[in-house]
Design a protein around this ligand. Structure first.
Ligand SMILES: Nc1ncnc2c1ncn2[C@@H]1O[C@H](COP(=O)(O)OP(=O)(O)OP(=O)(O)O)[C@@H](O)[C@H]1O
Length: 294
């Protein structure tokens, strides 16, 4: 992507995005609601045209070389759209035909197996549960074995067990050479799966780095406290990076400052019920850079 921009009437959804994702990478695109993630994916998939700049998928320009770009891409969309009058298998065959693949049943079976939909192959799509429909969307996006797989919030509404098996499958495809671009609100997921992360805010990339580097950049320790009080002594306020009831997360740039914090709590008669020291996680880095929660 080069200086990629998208304007809708009054909204400047993307304000000049430069981004290269290497073949075989597992890449995460993070950002708060409205940051421009879905817009960026729509431009890659040819569902919308850039207002300025350019983008290419596997070297194919998304405007000039639309067909090849589209063919190189499998997009798992955010919202559930499905045709109620097909069975799962018919749906996937139909989708294969769209790509000119007429003997695709071996791959379709493998998809169904890996997405735990094998026993639903002959069920009408309207009878599937929400989580099953979502997995069907994944299967649909992958029928043509695209080299680049884009997942837009794929695990929303998918239970933990299936989420695990979905990720195991996507990981396998990544090991086999597929490039994965993931947008997610589950930051732990991005942290666990992705080698590199871009954070988008108001249509611009505000951070782009290897996940480990982003985490290292935030090498401050975090002091997690569960206290007997829901209020903290005033002169500790500046340290607070997280707060929920009587649970507080404080920034601790230096271990030596721990003593002062404990003394301050004691002076105010606040008891410590639980205490833990840890590294900052991706969510905290994200909030600091983007200025709001995901
Ligand atoms: N078709 C459209 N017409 C007008 N404005 C749009 C359109 N699509 C998106 N926008 C606007 O562009 C901005 C970026 O939206 P986008 O959906 O890309 O954000 P997002 O990062 O995907 O958010 P979310 O996490 O909520 O999915 C928002 O201000 C949105 O209202």
């Amino acid at each position: 992507m080069r200086a990629l921009e998208k304007r809708y009437r009054t909204v400047h959804a993307l304000r000049g995005v430069d981004l290269d994702i290497a073949e075989g990478e597992f890449f995460a695109l993070l950002g708060p609601n409205g940051a421009g993630k879905t817009t960026l994916i729509s431009l890659l998939a040819g569902l919308a045209r850039p207002s300025a700049g350019s983008a290419a998928v596997m070297g194919h320009d998304v405007v000039r070389d639309y067909r090849l770009a589209r063919r190189s891409l499998g997009v798992v969309p955010q919202e559930l759209v499905y045709d109620a009058f097909f069975t799962v298998r018919e749906m996937l065959r139909f989708q294969s035909g769209y790509y000119g693949l007429h003997r695709n049943d071996a791959w379709i079976d493998e998809l169904l197996e890996n997405l735990s939909l094998a026993d639903k192959a002959d069920a009408y799509t309207r009878t599937l549960s929400g989580g099953m429909k979502r997995r069907l969307l994944v299967a649909q996006a992958l029928v043509h074995k695209p080299p680049v797989i884009v997942l837009d919030e794929p695990t929303a509404g998918v239970d933990v067990e299936l989420r695990q098996s979905l990720w195991a499958f996507i990981r396998r495809l990544n090991r086999e050479g597929h490039t994965i671009l993931l947008t997610t609100h589950y930051l732990e997921e991005a942290e666990e799966l992705c080698e590199r992360v871009a954070m988008l805010k108001e249509g611009r990339i505000v951070a782009l780095d290897r996940t480990v580097n982003l985490l290292r950049r935030e090498d401050e320790q975090r002091l997690e406290l569960v206290l007997s009080s829901t209020l903290l002594p005033e002169n500790l306020d500046a340290r607070v990076v997280g707060h929920d009831g009587n649970r507080f997360v404080l920034a601790l740039p230096d271990y030596a400052e721990l003593e002062g914090i404990l003394a301050e709590l004691r002076r105010n008669g606040i008891r410590i019920e639980r205490m833990q020291l840890r590294q900052a996680d991706l969510e905290e880095v994200f909030i600091k850079l983007v200025g709001q929660g995901a």
